[in-house]
Design a protein around this ligand. Structure first.
Ligand SMILES: Cc1cc2nc3c(=O)[nH]c(=O)nc-3n(C[C@H](O)[C@H](O)[C@H](O)COP(=O)(O)O)c2cc1C
Length: 319
């Protein structure tokens, strides 16, 4: 292990600060692609799965992805096979790669989040799972479909409920939505609820219209924007949380920076803004050597500057 690259997300030791971001690397089928790609596996610190829910979900009506300037809009709608099948089919495959597995979880009520966490704890007999990433961008059916992530009280309750079920069995990461007025308020609520780490950002709400048929392009009408165009937003949100939240600044609550990372420079900017690790999503659809490219440049940069990734976290923060 190259010590200058390794970082910790609470108790999860990452050999590099690079992670897949949820939903963009799928699970079993896509990771099988990694089988012959030793270099990607060398450069990955952990694998973050697609969102998993208690029951199977078919997702939204097609079309579900549309390319826009400098990014994509998606309305996949949390399609997945359900947690039981996930444990039967995907977890055994994912374990083969010997990198930490972080399971992204989605639910539509607080108690359902708790139930899902409970099922994962029971099914994880081999201690294959290192962390749970809570997707608080899920619509809350009890609150008329508004996302949990926009309401600090709900975020705190969701985290508390999950923590009460799993205690310290998994590192709990709360994935924040950028579709809020002040992300630091939501981050603080997650910390009050007992989160071990934060990840940010999920997609920004957006849409595209076909001017010929005069209708929204996505089957769901609206979707989530990701890719290079959202990087300045994600970077700002990481910077704000690192700067304004003492637990983040002291690196007690690590931040996983996500949003539009397309090259080494972008990843480095996130680290300097305050991220301990960096998630890469949309760019992986375009360039399947992105992880190894960033890994190589990061290794060279740290060695040239006689630095460690850990030391550079939040270095760009000016008080
Ligand atoms: C096709 C697609 C599916 C996604 N699915 C999930 C998901 O299941 N859970 C989640 O928390 N985020 C999901 N996301 C959000 C990404 O993990 C990430 O936060 C976002 O795309 C920004 O990063 P990027 O610009 O590098 O893609 C998804 C994004 C895309 C593009």
């Amino acid at each position: 292990m190259n010590k200058s690259l390794s970082v910790k997300i609470k108790n999860i030791l990452l050999k590099t600060p690079l992670l897949t971001s949820s939903g963009t690397s799928g699970s079993k089928d896509e990771i099988n692609f990694l089988q012959n790609r030793k270099k990607i596996l060398e450069s990955l610190g952990a694998f973050v799965t697609k969102g998993v829910s208690i029951n199977k979900s078919l997702g939204n009506k097609e079309p579900r992805i549309v390319e826009v300037r400098s990014g994509i809009l998606n309305s996949i709608g949390l399609q997945n096979k359900g947690v039981r099948k996930f444990f039967k089919e995907d977890v055994p495959e994912l374990r083969k790669y010997k990198i930490p597995i972080i399971v992204n979880i989605s639910a539509s009520t607080i108690s359902e989040f708790g139930e899902l966490a409970d099922i994962i704890k029971i099914r994880d007999e081999n201690n294959a799972i290192s962390g749970l990433e809570i997707n608080v961008s899920c619509p809350n059916i009890k609150k008329g479909g508004a996302a949990f992530g926009a309401d600090p009280q709900l975020v705190e309750q969701v985290v508390k409920e999950i923590k009460s079920k799993v205690q310290d069995s998994f590192c709990i990461i709360t994935k924040l939505s950028p579709n809020v007025t002040d992300i630091t308020q939501i981050a603080k609520a997650a910390i009050n609820g007992g989160t071990d780490a934060l990840s940010m950002i999920n997609t920004l709400k957006g849409m595209a219209i076909d001017i010929n048929n005069m209708k929204p392009i996505l089957g769901n009408q609206t979707g989530g924007l990701s890719g290079p165009c959202i990087k300045p937003v994600g970077l700002y949100m990481v910077y704000e949380c690192f700067r304004k939240i003492p637990e983040c600044k002291r690196k007690e609550i690590p931040i996983i920076g996500i949003g539009g990372v397309s090259n080494f420079n972008d990843a480095m900017e996130y680290i300097l803004a305050g991220a301990t690790a960096v998630g890469i999503g949309t760019q992986w659809f375009i360039n399947n050597t992105i992880f190894e490219e960033i890994y190589k440049e990061l290794t060279e940069y740290l060695s040239k500057n006689n630095q460690t990734a850990y030391n550079l976290i939040g270095k760009a923060n000016i008080d």
